[in-house]
Design a protein around this ligand. Structure first.
Ligand SMILES: [Fe+2]
Ligand SMILES: [Fe+2]
Length: 279
């Protein structure tokens, strides 16, 4: 059951004065988002063992939480119920020839809004289309698989996007663990809560960081992490409409529909399409 913390809710909306200026609809919307976020945080385990703001669990405490859950944290969002009653929701059927937009609208769930905000920030920061596209897609695969999502995401998008775009999607994942103050990226408190304040990234993650630092496209993956930092505003609403042109220009939509084009990642799109298939 989710508890409503009025003080926390008001603070997240900019304080009482800001709430007083909101329309009734905007308030109802904000409340809905707040409750949704709480549900997702619970599904992520982010509410557990973290204590109050400024207090973080140790990596050992995070590990101890594993046996308190009925799911694995690495499982894709589509496969975990965020319903307080623990039941799954019916998903809309997909069209015969699904497009990227169809997946945004019916399968990417809570990751859709986060990615739209991230892409919007990248655009406001004057980033080129290929990097805005990377931001737009960077976490969407978390509907399918959360663990190693940068690598899964890059693999899923590789047949359809410019090479630099999938490269940035892949390496934003390891780069999230390493601050780059000059680029505007500070290590996020979210990670202290999710992994533990004393967590040390695995050797292969450190090696990926070292490799990317020397790579000519480092700035692209780094930008995904920088735009990511600002992309958790529960009040921000960014429409997919403002990215339709970008998608049309840079995303190679297969004529057969995603999932039916025999690409190396077609099965990943089908898995998102039919997550209730038993095998
Ligand atoms: Fe990510
Ligand atoms: Fe993200």
């Amino acid at each position: 059951m989710i508890n409503l913390d009025r003080r926390e809710l008001f603070a997240s909306l900019g304080g009482l004065a800001a709430v007083a200026l909101m329309s009734h609809d905007a308030r109802a919307d904000a409340l809905e988002h707040y409750m949704e976020d709480k549900l997702h945080a619970q599904a992520d385990g982010d509410d557990e063992g973290g204590g109050s703001a400024g207090e973080f669990p140790s990596a050992a405490q995070v590990k101890d939480q594993i046996t308190t859950r009925h799911y694995r944290r690495g499982a894709g969002g589509l496969f975990i119920s965020t319903d307080p009653a623990g039941k799954m929701k019916m998903l809309p059927d997909m069209p015969a020839k699904p497009t990227l937009v169809d997946f945004f609208e019916t399968r990417f769930g809570q990751f859709s809004n986060h990615c739209l905000q991230s892409a919007n920030k990248a655009r406001e920061r004057g980033q080129p289309d290929e990097i805005v596209l990377a931001c737009l897609l960077h976490d969407t695969v978390q509907s399918l698989m959360r663990v190693d999502h940068g690598y899964y995401g890059a693999q899923m998008y590789e047949p359809y996007v410019p090479e630099i775009t999938s490269w940035a999607i892949r390496y934003h994942q390891p780069l999230r663990f390493f601050a780059d103050e000059a680029a505007g990226y500070t290590y996020p408190d979210l990670y202290r809560r999710m992994y533990g304040y004393d967590y040390v990234p695995a050797p292969h993650v450190q090696a990926a960081h070292e490799m990317t630092k020397k790579h000519k496209w480092y700035y692209a993956a780094r930008e995904v992490t920088v735009s990511d930092l600002y992309a958790f505003d529960p009040n921000a609403k960014v429409s997919l409409d403002s990215f339709r042109d970008l998608i049309a220009k840079h995303f190679k939509q297969p004529a057969e529909g995603l999932g039916y084009d025999n690409s190396p990642s077609a099965h990943m799109w089908r898995s998102l399409m039919f997550p209730d298939s038993p095998l």
